[in-house]
Design a binder for this molecule. Structure first.
Ligand code: ADP
Ligand code: ADP
Length: 232
């Protein structure tokens, strides 16, 4: 399984230091929430875990491997087992839901179209959208688009699922539904690490096993929810 261990991670963008010595563990099979005020570096940490930004110092261990010390082939192999739910769902308007969700499969595998459609149908079923496979994104509500983004994030059966503010922009009913879906992902994919960037304290209490709190570029707390409550 793919536990993630962040060790003294300094990072950011070129000359902009954002993360200043983050330490923390994001265990497989759990939902970990990266929590913190806006601008504290949550998305930046996500980009480091995705391998989009390189650390200035320190390391990220994934499944025991030093992620940034791997050769390109191994690095890509790990990258391919990460699914991302972007903040806006990031669906292409010119493609149907089925085509959007199937995109990672048609890009990275040689599976025949019929097989891809079957997998896509199954994944859309997990987010309650199987009936909408041939709809276009603009025919769906914002909540549905976000759920479709989740279906695409899991279409390759990732070991690591990263979600950037999955409830942002959703009304309370759709936000609660998204929380339930993330909990159901944990059931369906028991060895997957689910990492959620959020500032939503309500979903924190509903779904988190673990919390990494970032404050001024450092990890102010990393551990289970019970510990967070007693550390206050
Ligand atoms: P959060 O996700 O917690 O709101 P971010 O990680 O997006 O915070 O941003 C943290 C800091 O990094 C902010 O000060 C932001 O201005 C800066 N930042 C974000 N993206 C870039 C970039 N591409 N280049 C330089 N600085 C950036
Ligand atoms: P590309 O899009 O350049 O063909 P990838 O999608 O695999 O390559 O990589 C995306 C990002 O990861 C780039 O910023 C690239 O510099 C970085 N990257 C690629 N290989 C490695 C590696 N072995 N170690 C660290 N970072 C890497």
């Amino acid at each position: 399984t793919w536990d993630i261990e962040i060790q003294d991670l300094w990072g950011g963008y070129n000359d902009t230091k954002v993360l200043k010595g983050i330490n923390g563990e994001l265990p497989a099979g759990k939902i970990s929430i990266i929590l913190g005020g806006s601008g504290c570096g949550k998305s930046t940490l996500l980009r480091h875990i995705l391998g989009l930004n390189r650390p200035m110092q320190g390391s990220i261990q994934i499944g025991g491997y030093d992620f940034f010390a791997l050769d390109t082939k191994q690095f890509r192999k790990i990258r391919r087992r990460m699914g991302v739910l972007f903040q806006d769902g990031a669906l292409l308007g010119s493609l149907t839901l089925g085509q959007n969700v199937g995109l990672p499969l048609s890009e990275h595998t040689k599976l025949p179209q019929a097989t891809i459609r079957k997998i896509v149908l199954h994944k859309l079923g997990l987010v309650g959208l199987a009936d909408y496979i041939d709809y276009y994104p603009n025919e769906l509500s914002g909540g549905m688009r976000k759920r479709a983004g989740l279906a695409r994030a899991i279409v390759m059966d990732p070991q690591i699922l990263l979600c950037d503010e999955p409830t942002s922009g959703l009304d309370p009913i759709n936000a609660a539904e998204m929380d339930q879906l993330l909990l159901s992902m944990k059931e369906h994919f028991p060895s997957m690490s689910i990492i959620v960037v959020s500032h939503d304290l309500e979903s924190l209490h509903k779904i988190a096993d673990n919390v990494l709190v970032i404050n001024q570029g450092q990890a102010a707390y990393c551990g289970n929810l019970e510990g967070l409550q007693s550390s206050k």
